[in-house]
Write a protein that binds this ligand. Structure first.
Ligand code: ARG
Length: 461
């Protein structure tokens, strides 16, 4: 196959080297962005009088035809092409002749690939942001059904203090809201148009880069041609934001796995979102969540690939950077797949309120409230803390709970105890009275939900 640069060479490229060098196998997915970018470039070139208006029109019509044909499947992307940029240009020239050869005036594949990737990732960011909003909505709607489902909150995986299932779930909504914010932030830096940087040193042609940016819907243009072609921060930032998002999804998955176990039985996943075992007939496995936990590793790997690939590169473009695409595409694909599967799994799960509540009734999660009761009656906190510890030890010895321990036992330790202790340590009361802003009381969680909705509505993306 004769390469685009055949003029300088006396031999054709070895076919193995062509395969090794080629990126079309994975960058073909940017064909739409590549063609859209070229249409804007050709439009601007004609407006600036750099190419003839009629030729620009021929180029644009040719590019639109190629776009349609790739979309409809009537034009197959040649797997032997070096990359999507070379393929589109060669196909254009095949279709419209000499005019096609003018398209690449005042452009290099170096700024072209940066443009295509930014266009592609802008769309991906928007799509993932939309999915995240849906995920947050789902978490919120499950939470709204469990504002008073009392649950033990844990530290060190030990029952600690009473919260509600809604409050616990809403912690994840907060994480996802931050993820959304990070995506919006990373979008703003992806939204900067690099075309016109050319190979590395700009061009002598009188380009109107701001016009190209306007045609393509970019908010700004890059201000340094070397940086324009050698920057991949936007892909790394995105991958980092996605790694964090996956870390959140993975923690959530881990809890779903625990909650599905017979030891917890807080929830049960719908049959459509569970799998069985090939040997153990009783099994119902939370494979989806395990896979999400596993796939988190891939996305971290992608981030590591990008960071390591960039760390030693001198300015400006180096072919190493072709390795960016598989990593960032894998990251966005993986995240989309995971969120898409997680949402309906969450929406269809059964929540066993009674089991959650029963777990809250054990484990002395109202011990702090018992100590606080004494503090409110004038005892210093440390003294109350120690005394309550003794009460817990008595309960453990008698195999009972603070709620069931007779008042005489309480009074033996302190005269401050009265029968109102039972009200003070009732689980519902312990939750209801934790109504500090950000706390688990149903009213506080309602306020949390309202505020979160307001904040994410304000995130523009
Ligand atoms: N396929 C290349 C990439 O993905 C396009 C840019 C190639 N530029 C070059 N000078 N070889 O990075």
């Amino acid at each position: 196959m004769a390469m685009m640069w055949a003029g300088r060479f006396s031999k054709e490229i070895a076919s193995d080297v062509n395969d090794f060098n080629s990126s079309v196998g994975f960058d073909a997915r940017m064909y739409r962005q590549d063609i859209t970018g070229s249409i804007a470039h050709a439009t601007m070139l004609a407006e600036q009088g750099i190419i003839d208006r009629a030729e620009s029109e021929t180029i644009i019509a040719g590019l639109k035809g190629i776009l349609e044909d790739i979309k409809s499947g009537s034009l197959e992307i040649d797997p032997n092409a070096e990359d999507i940029h070379m393929f589109v240009e060669a196909e254009l020239t095949k279709r419209v002749g000499d005019a096609g050869k003018r398209l690449h005036t005042a452009r290099s594949r170096n700024d072209q690939v940066a443009l295509d990737l930014k266009l592609y990732l802008k769309d991906e960011i928007k799509e993932i942001a939309g999915m995240l909003r849906e995920l947050i909505d789902t978490v919120v709607s499950v939470s709204e059904q469990h504002l008073d489902t009392v649950m033990p909150g844990y530290t060190h995986m030990q029952r600690a203090q009473p919260i509600t299932f809604a409050h616990h779930l809403m912690a994840y909504a907060q994480m996802f809201a931050r993820d959304l914010d990070r995506l919006a932030d990373c979008f703003s830096r992806t939204d900067v148009m690099p075309l016109g940087s050319c190979a590395l040193a700009g061009t002598t042609y009188p380009l109107n880069r701001r016009r190209t940016a306007e045609l393509l819907g970019f908010s700004d243009i890059t201000l340094n041609s070397l940086d324009g072609v050698s920057d991949r921060d936007y892909a790394i930032e995105l991958c980092s934001a996605l790694s964090m998002l996956m870390m959140h999804l993975s923690r959530f998955s881990e809890e779903v796995i625990l909650w599905c176990s017979w030891e917890f039985k807080f929830i049960e996943l719908d049959d459509a979102y569970s799998t069985g075992s090939s040997i153990m007939p009783q099994k119902k496995n939370p494979d989806i969540t395990e896979l999400i936990r596993g796939k988190t590793a891939r996305v971290y790997g992608d981030l590591n690939t990008l960071l390591t690939m960039m760390k030693g590169l001198p300015l400006a473009y180096n072919k190493d950077m072709q390795e960016d695409k598989e990593a960032i595409f894998d990251a966005t694909d993986t995240v989309k797949l995971c969120i898409k599967t997680f949402i309906p799994m969450l929406a269809t799960m059964t929540v066993y309120k009674e089991n959650i509540r029963a777990a809250a009734a054990k484990g002395f999660i109202n011990a702090t409230d018992c100590a606080d009761y004494l503090v409110k009656k004038g005892m210093p906190f440390r003294t109350a803390y120690k005394l309550t510890g003794t009460l817990v030890a008595i309960c453990i010895e008698k195999n009972t709970t603070l709620e069931q321990l007779p008042i005489e036992e309480y009074k033996k330790l302190s005269e401050k105890f009265d029968s109102d202790i039972y009200d003070a340590i009732s689980l519902d009361r312990c939750v209801m009275t934790r109504n500090v802003e950000g706390g688990p009381a149903p009213e506080a969680v309602k306020a949390q939900i309202a505020e979160l909705k307001r904040r994410i509505a304000g995130i523009e993306i």
